[in-house]
Write a protein that binds this ligand. Structure first.
Ligand SMILES: [Zn+2]
Length: 419
């Protein structure tokens, strides 16, 4: 179906003749076609727009459409939708359709989408804190989101609508807040509240506030003890896993190269998703990781098998794209890097194909396996920690499942770095 036919189809089927969204339907379709979406998908997205505009008909102008309105529609309206059928109610489809609508509105300069809505002093403070978490600490989006959510709860309860300054915060505020948050929560959640508060107070400290007394008021929580020793894959299981990729297809070449990066280089899935073409120094056989967890750059040697898998993918599997990310999407929207979630799915699917689906579920087992293999190969704990990008030795022992005291006797002295 051509663009004009799709747009005409949309306007014919539109329940809301004269809806302001109609004015940008053709731009919306152009946008989706530029991202090479299939015609069927475009139809589904247009159906989602019709549902959205029908629901909001009474009060909708283009300037009113923002993230909050979209979230309200997807999270609050859809689960209880009583609109006349047929209407598109598939949550993921509607969410994706409206995300593209926001993108088009932003492109056209028709609304304030994308600009953070900073209404209160707490909003402004959290925006600064978010920049610190992303730019200085290099945390993943999920980590930032959870941390900001905890700190928003804390600041809302303490300063309300007032300006945020450290002298407004007292040790009692910290004690009351943690006591309230701890009720009915497990150890891991309690600890995450404490870690998040400490992170925020360190951020205030960087702005010249004396937060030592406040930091001291945060309850000391021991790190979670793994319920059982972490499982690593055997050599046989690893072989089965690698054999589960179809190297005759572009997507198989991409997924295999991702799998090799995860298991040979012990990368986190976010680190794989963020690999750029410029991350590799091919003549010297190294890869440099930047913007990773903790914000520390790390350079790793590139094993031969990993390099072979990458070269095969880059030469024969990677689609034409202007994006500089190594691993890009093979389905619409094209020209975008693969997401960390997609990496999870493709690894999980390979486990199932290899007959290992019952035993292994997550991506992390590949990182643990790499660490265990390094230890078995005679690497010191410090060397393993360097490869994994760990700052603390204890974290590395959790990965490798080895006895810390026994290892301390054989490992190089650990130069504990200050954060
Ligand atoms: Zn509805």
């Amino acid at each position: 179906m051509t663009v004009s036919k799709l747009a005409a189809h949309s306007s014919r089927c539109s329940i809301t003749i004269g809806s302001p969204v109609d004015a940008i339907v053709s731009k919306y379709v152009d946008h989706l076609r530029a991202l090479r979406y299939a015609d069927d998908t475009i139809q589904h997205y247009l159906a989602s727009l019709r549902h959205f505009t029908h629901r909001l008909n009474k009060r909708l102008t283009l300037a009113d459409i923002d993230n909050a309105l979209v979230t309200e529609f997807v999270d609050l309206h859809l689960p209880h939708c009583r609109c006349p059928r047929p209407c598109m109610r598939h949550v993921n489809t509607v969410r994706a359709a409206l995300r593209h609508l926001l993108a088009v509105l932003k492109q056209e300069g028709l609304c304030n989408v994308g600009r953070p809505q900073l209404h209160t002093p707490v909003d402004v403070e959290l925006e600064l804190f978010r920049h610190y978490l992303v730019d200085s600490c290099g945390y993943a989006q999920t980590t930032c989101r959870n941390r900001l959510w905890h700190i928003r709860n804390f600041l809302d309860s303490v300063v309300g609508q007032e300006p945020v300054t450290a002298d407004r915060l007292t040790s009692t505020d910290i004690e009351n807040f943690t006591a309230r948050c701890f009720k009915g929560r497990c150890h891991a959640t309690r600890r995450s509240y404490c870690v998040d508060l400490a992170s925020y107070l360190r951020f205030r400290g960087l702005h010249g506030d004396d937060t030592r007394a406040l930091l001291a008021a945060i309850p000391k929580m021991a790190p979670p003890i793994p319920a059982r020793l972490p499982i690593a894959m055997t050599d046989r299981e690893l072989d089965l896993f690698f054999a589960a990729f179809d190297l005759t297809k572009p997507i198989g070449m991409r997924d295999f190269a991702i799998a090799r990066c995860l298991s040979d280089l012990a990368l986190r899935r976010m680190e794989v998703a963020r690999l750029q073409l410029g991350s590799f120094d091919w003549p010297n056989g190294t890869v440099t990781l930047t913007h990773n967890k903790g914000g520390r750059e790390r350079k790793l040697p590139l094993p031969v098998q990993t390099a072979h898998a990458l070269v095969r993918y880059l030469q024969h599997g990677r689609p034409d794209t202007s994006n500089r990310a190594v691993f890009v999407r093979q389905i619409a929207p094209y020209d975008k890097p693969i997401s960390a979630v997609a990496i999870n799915h493709l690894v999980r699917a390979a486990f199932v194909r290899a007959g290992l689906g019952e035993r292994f579920r997550g991506v992390h087992v590949l990182r643990r396996t790499a660490a265990t293999r390094l230890i078995r190969g005679g690497a010191s704990l410090k060397e393993v920690a360097d490869v994994l990008g760990h700052r603390h030795l204890n974290t590395t022992t959790i990965y490798t499942g080895v006895d810390l005291d026994r290892l301390r006797k054989v490992a190089q002295p650990w130069p504990e770095r200050q954060s």
